[in-house]
Structure formats: C-alpha cells, structure tokens
Design a protein around this ligand. Structure first.
Ligand code: PLP
Length: 339
C-alpha cells in the first residue's frame, strides 16, 4: 500500500552531480568556473526590506524586460522560470505526453515525464550521437525535446534540420539552449515563424549563476500563456529576478568567460586526443570523452580519490565515456596531471 501515484512509486529519482566540498575540483555539473558578473552582486547588495517583505512579481517583468531588450525580442514572448528546469516542467505539465526525446540526452526530461505520468518515446541517436530527425518527426509526439548542444554529448545539430523538424511536427518542439552561450547557434528566429517552437535558456552555465536558479523560455504568446497557467504563481524570487536581470545585460562579462572556456576546451580536447582518447566534438562547456582503455568507471573513481569530480553515467551508450566540464586552465592542468 502506498500513499503515492503508481508512476511516482515506479520511477527512479533524478541523480544530480555529487556535491563535494569547496576544496574539490568540481567538473561534474557543467558549471562555469569563473565568477558571475559583478553587476549581479550590485543588485544583491541593494535589495531593500520591502523587496524582501512582499511577494515577487509573478510575471518577472524586470527580468523579461532585460532579456527582451538584450535579445531584441518582444517582452510578451519571454517567460521567466526558476531555472530552465522550471520551464521544462511547465511544458510537460501543460501539454502532457507523449514526450519524444533523442537518447542519450539530459535525463531530467525523462524524470519530468515520469512525474507527469506521460509516455516517453526514446529515439536513439546514431553511433556519433547525431539526432535521427526523421524518426523524431515520425514519432510526432505532443512534446519533442531537443537539447542543442546536447547534454551529455555536446553534439550541436544544424538549424536547418531543426527548422524542418518543427514544420513537420503537430506538437511542440522545445529547443533547449542551456549551452547556447558556448556555441552561438540559436533557433530563436524560428519562434517568429513556427507557432510550436519554444526556445529555453538558462543563466546557470554561461552566466555562472547556477545557484540563483534563473532560466527563461521564448515562444509565441499563446504558448507562454499556457505555460504560465501551469507554473507556480511566485516561481522566481525578487532576489533572483533582480540579480538575473543585471547579469543578463552584462553580455561582455559572459562572453569573455565563454571565450576563455572555449580556449581551454580546445586545448583539453587536443591533449586528450593526443593521449588516445575518443573525444566527441563539443559545442558546449564540457567534453564527452572515452579513455583509450575504455575503463571510464575506473578512471572516474581514481580521479575522485584525488578530489577531482567528473561525471560517469553507468548506462548503455555512455558507459565508456566521462563527461568533463571545462574548468579553469589550472583545474584542467590538474585533471591532465592526474590522468
Ligand atoms: C540540457 C540542459 N537543460 C537544462 C538544464 C538545467 O538548467 P537550469 O539550471 O536552468 O535548470 C541543464 C543543466 O545541466 C541541461 O544540461
């Protein structure tokens, strides 16, 4: 006998990256190794008693205005979320299933679908982790998720294929651009022409604000109205909205950090390749790479013993690989030395 719905009892919980102490080198959750914009701190330092005393603005207007102005989109097409996870959850909550996902991908899509009791259609990627767009179109699900670049593979798919898919689907296409800031490729223009496309972004990666929990969706107004209905009323705190808005307009800070990360990523990829690793080409701030002996789990354990935390997924297709977030040059040198 259980107090809970059968789908909740049956599901396995989402497994986040382990959170070690501050002395560790933490490269297991694709976080940004550099500090956030000082402008975020300025906003935090000036929060007033009244801003803490009253509920936040449910529409998050201070943040959506900053996004609209910076990206040149109408504010009515921006929806603020408590991290992009919050927006992804609202999509499934509002639209239901079936849910199509290319696999392997961000495991949280599956978690959210299971919580909702929605049917999941897994569409395997090919041997190079490239998305099977024809199969996704054929699945024609109520919601199709496409992380671009994908997590945990880093694979970046071309916009032409995404646009063609959007036009074939009868349901929603969520293009999850959590790692947009490291590739500059965006499906945003599709929002103007496709009434079924939702682009999601986050401040957790490019903006070094994973703890703040600030994400957003861009889509046509009728979609955002439906998602808004399915969200908690005061989903994003005033503190997060104010700091997020200030950080978002500081594109120079974000872009400078992204440039450093990309340079480090290229150096790390080159060195691992020289050492015989199989490195999947990445458009994101991490690398999926298989050691030459294909003993990824053992390497993961040995790195952990040395206080270096990368991500290992003990599951089909990924068991030979490690996902290594790109840290600072010093952290990367420590990883290479330990390897
Ligand atoms: C593809 C993808 N989407 C969304 C998220 C979640 O982002 P947020 O911190 O905005 O909830 C992640 C986090 O790792 C991710 O990899």
């Amino acid at each position: 006998m259980s107090y809970f719905k059968s789908n909740i009892d049956a599901m396995t919980p989402y497994v986040p990256g382990f959170q070690p102490g501050p002395e560790a080198i933490k490269l297991n959750a694709n976080e940004n190794p550099y500090p956030p914009s000082p402008k975020a701190w300025e906003a935090l330092a000036h929060i007033s008693d009244d801003e803490l005393r009253v509920y936040p603005d449910p529409t998050g207007a201070v943040f959506t205005a900053a996004v609209a102005e910076t990206l040149g989109v109408p504010q009515s097409r921006v929806l603020a979320g408590n991290g992009s996870d919050n927006v992804l959850a609202a999509v499934i909550h509002a639209a239901g299933g079936p849910i199509a996902i290319p696999t392997p991908t961000f495991p949280y899509y599956e978690t959210l679908s299971q919580v909702e009791g929605a049917e999941i259609i897994e569409v395997p990627t090919d041997e190079n982790f490239r998305v099977d767009f024809d199969a996704l179109a054929e699945a024609n699900a109520a919601v199709t998720f496409l992380a671009n670049p994908n997590n945990p593979t880093g694979v970046l798919e071309p916009l032409e294929a995404i646009e063609a898919l959007a036009r074939k689907l009868d349901g929603l296409l969520v293009v999850d651009e959590a790692y947009y800031d490291f590739c500059g490729v965006t499906a945003l223009p599709l929002v103007d022409t496709c009434d079924n496309v939702i682009v999601t972004r986050t401040l957790s990666k490019g903006y070094s604000l994973a703890s703040l929990r600030m994400g957003f969706a861009i889509a046509q107004e009728p979609i955002l109205e439906a998602l808004f209905k399915a969200m908690e009323i005061y989903n994003v705190s005033t503190t997060t909205l104010l700091a997020g808005a200030r950080a978002f307009v500081d594109q120079d800070h974000k872009n400078a950090n992204a440039a450093k990360i990309l340079a480090t990523r290229e150096a790390l990829a080159a060195e691992l390749t020289t050492r015989g690793w199989d490195v999947v080409p990445s458009g994101a701030n991490f690398l999926l790479a298989a050691p030459p002996e294909r003993n990824a789990e053992a390497v993961y354990e040995r790195l952990k013993e040395r206080g270096i935390y990368v991500r290992y997924f003990k599951q089909p297709r990924l068991a030979d690989y490690l996902r290594i977030a790109v840290g600072t040059d010093e952290q990367t040198a420590a990883v290479l030395a330990a390897l």
